[in-house]
Design a protein around this ligand. Structure first.
Ligand SMILES: [Zn+2]
Length: 455
């Protein structure tokens, strides 16, 4: 353990000085307005305590006490969220122990506070990721993502800022991508008179153009501090108001202030099909990464790197954004137009591997996939028969599931797929000796042929 982490511990000694200087500059810079002495004392105390916990974590690593080391680093982050070193050590430990989802959760936490995200992300290297085994697939299986893409990416713009309508959406249109905008009805310009917020006319137009308008609650309150009657009103009234103004059904709920709680989630899912909540994401898919983008220490290189990781590891990547830095009122962790267009161009160049779609579109695919099984599969040379069954009482899907068959010969041609009643289905060679078929019916045999048998 000591040998493995030796370089890291040496770097940490240097890094600690850097974090202290950065933090002192960030919080105590004399150019900034005078900091309340009580606040300054609190920051310094938190920083010292966080450094002490980090040192303790390093000592535990040397003693091979990994569980205690993890607790120390997590606590170091709790008392002082901008502590880079604690995230980097946690990432190194989770990469070494193969706790892959924990790697992404650590990045999620880093994205939510204000450490140097670019620096932290460098702790995640491809060699370490490649050592973690991927889950094995059957001969016939339902692809995790549409058209057997390697990753799905959902862009979400929270709080309904005008700049998302005026400056972000046109860039998405250029690339023919859709995003989700979560709006707070009480803050929509018509109600608040605040030009920083978009108007109902804008969100209706966005919905008409295929962007998803999600529910971000009526007043953006912490539901954990509300009575059940209060949070139900916050959720239900907001949904009704968005639907009335956009003319579209609202499918997704975005928790304000990360105010996740089980009873609230249960209420949300009575009227929504998707919720941006850790429990819901885990239910939908086994490997998700929900990162808050933007701000000065989140470069477009980091955003592109997250895309690479998502492709390699077959993740559902949720990119949480706010608005652009173009108004006098500051957006939270703002992006620039250049960031958005450069990043989308990077994604477009890898479009064979990436499914970009709204939060509800990806969530719905994953939830239907979750409730559907391959009930029968007979594969022979040149032909196969597959039957899907659904536990959720569906006979057909609005959006097809992509079924993957591992076949021989390695590069099949003359592929055809039909339902028992003769309807032809979209089927194609999807590489690596696999055939992909888009299936939207359950309980009916699907006949697939290829090679000689297909002629
Ligand atoms: Zn918000």
């Amino acid at each position: 353990m000591w040998r493995r982490y030796k370089w890291f511990i040496i770097l940490t000694a240097i890094g600690m000085i850097a974090v202290a200087l950065f933090t002192a500059h960030h919080f105590l810079s004399p150019k900034k307005p005078v900091v309340d002495p009580a606040k300054r004392a609190f920051v310094l105390t938190s920083l010292h305590e966080s450094q002490r916990l980090t040192q303790q974590g390093i000592a535990y690593i040397q003693q091979k006490e990994v569980v205690r080391a993890v607790d120390s680093f997590r606590e170091a982050i709790n008392v002082f969220p901008p502590n880079n070193q604690a995230y980097e050590f946690l990432l190194k430990i989770y990469l070494a122990t193969g706790d892959e989802q924990k790697v992404y959760e650590t990045l999620e936490a880093a994205g939510r506070s204000y450490p140097a995200f670019d620096q932290i992300l460098k702790a995640v290297d491809d060699a370490s990721l490649a050592r973690i085994p991927m889950s094995k697939t059957e001969d016939v299986y339902i692809a995790p993502f549409r058209e057997n893409k390697k990753t799905a990416i959902s862009f979400m713009f929270d709080d309904g800022e005008t700049s998302v309508y005026s400056d972000v959406m046109p860039i998405f249109d250029q690339f023919a991508y859709k995003a989700t905008v979560s709006v707070i009805p009480s803050q929509v310009a018509a109600h608040s008179g605040d030009p920083f917020r978009g108007s109902w006319a804008q969100w209706k137009d966005a919905a008409d153009r295929g962007f998803e308008i999600a529910n971000h609650s009526m007043n953006h309150l912490d539901a954990r501090k509300l009575t059940p009657d209060q949070y139900k009103t916050e959720i239900d009234d907001a949904k009704a108001l968005i639907e009335k103004n956009t003319g579209k059904r609202v499918s997704s709920y975005v928790f304000p202030l990360d105010s996740f709680s089980e009873p609230v989630l249960r209420h949300v899912l009575q009227s929504h099909t998707a919720a941006r909540d850790p429990a819901f994401l885990r239910l939908a898919y086994n490997m998700t990464m929900d990162i808050m983008y933007g701000g000065p220490s989140f470069s477009v290189d980091s955003a592109n790197r997250l895309v690479d990781i998502a492709i390699n590891r077959h993740l559902w990547l949720i990119s949480e954004c706010h608005g652009l830095d173009i108004h006098s009122k500051k957006s939270y962790k703002p992006l620039t137009k250049d960031f958005v267009s450069t990043h989308l161009a990077y994604i477009k160049a890898r479009q064979d591997d990436i499914w970009v779609d709204t939060f509800s579109a990806v969530a719905n695919y994953l939830m239907i996939r979750k409730g559907t099984q391959v009930a029968r599969k007979d594969i022979a040379d040149g032909r196969a028969q597959v039957v899907l069954t659904s536990g959720v009482g569906m006979n057909d899907f609005a959006v097809p599931l992509t079924v993957v068959l591992k076949v021989k010969p390695a590069v099949p041609g003359n592929i055809s797929a039909t339902t028992a009643d003769g309807k032809s289905l979209k089927a194609w060679n999807c590489g690596d000796a696999q055939i992909c078929v888009d299936v939207s019916v359950v309980g009916q045999p699907i006949n697939v042929t290829w090679g000689q048998a297909g002629q």
